[in-house]
Design a binder for this molecule. Structure first.
Ligand code: SAH
Length: 247
């Protein structure tokens, strides 16, 4: 029998989740906040994506849902900009780390173990903004996540996605470079077949009632070892900014 979304609270959710993918993040969870550890790339891109989101959504005072929040790097930084943040993930260990870290820092965030689809059934149109970063390439049905994100945001609300493009360059950088040569990420972190082209992400977004406003690349320079936003180069990691169509 197919599990219902409500089963997520029992930790047995069998819907749109790849248990093996979540297990990878559970195993690494204790190192989430080590800026030199396996999640170093997330720490490095965080100021860039935070500023991108804040400049468009104006985070202060906004109700924001962070989907696939992991250990809370983005959630916490958005809360520090004055947003009222809810973070959801299907990994228990990353959520435990996120809760502990927020408590230590005195940051108030509502972290919940629930699927985005179940959340969409509970709180349609509730959020001013929804963020879903570096998560879509780990789920069996990314279009379902995009539909749920769209359902969760109010008309005119802001939705931000990021993922890895499916190009020869992303294979070279994100898998060969990051996992094998530079060892920035553990081997097996990413699966090339799950990478998503901007055209696919845009089509799923439009089909979900979102208007695609902007896309920008997050490019890594292996020589300087720094990331920056490059609007015209979405060939590896990129973000997409959408607004919910108001009818
Ligand atoms: N968004 C965070 C973490 C990215 S790591 C950031 O960018 O900083 C990817 C996260 O997606 C992990 O925490 C993993 O547990 C989560 N994840 C994977 N599949 C998921 C699913 N089906 N539903 C919710 N979260 C999922």
């Amino acid at each position: 029998m197919q599990a219902t979304p409500q089963d997520s609270t029992a930790g047995h959710y069998q819907g749109n989740v790849d248990a093996g993918e979540v297990a990878k993040f559970e195993a690494l969870a204790s190192r989430w906040w080590d800026p030199q550890g396996e999640f170093k790339p997330l720490h490095e891109i965080n100021p860039l994506r935070l500023d991108f989101i804040d400049a468009r959504a104006g985070l202060a005072g906004k109700k924001v849902l962070d989907v696939g929040c992991g250990g809370g790097i983005l959630s916490e930084s958005m809360a520090n900009r004055g947003a009222k943040v809810t973070g959801i993930d299907l990994g228990e260990a990353p959520l435990a780390v996120a809760r502990l870290h927020a408590e230590e820092r005195g940051v108030e965030i509502d972290y919940q173990h629930i699927s985005v689809e179940a959340m969409a059934a509970q709180k349609p149109g509730f959020y001013d903004a929804v963020t879903c970063m570096e998560m879509l390439e780990h789920v069996p049905d990314p279009a379902s996540v995009i539909r749920a994100c769209s359902a969760l945001v109010r008309p005119g609300g802001f939705v931000f996605f990021s993922t890895l493009n499916r190009t020869a360059k992303s294979y070279a950088f994100a898998i060969l470079g990051a996992e094998y040569v530079l060892r920035l990420l553990p081997r097996g972190t990413h699966n090339y077949a799950k990478f998503i082209r901007p055209s696919e992400m845009a089509a799923w977004s439009r089909d979900s009632g979102l208007e695609v406003r902007e896309q920008t690349g997050l490019t890594y320079n292996p020589l300087t070892r720094h990331y920056r936003l490059v609007s015209h180069d979405v060939s590896v990691n990129y973000m997409m900014y959408c607004r919910k169509v108001s009818d």
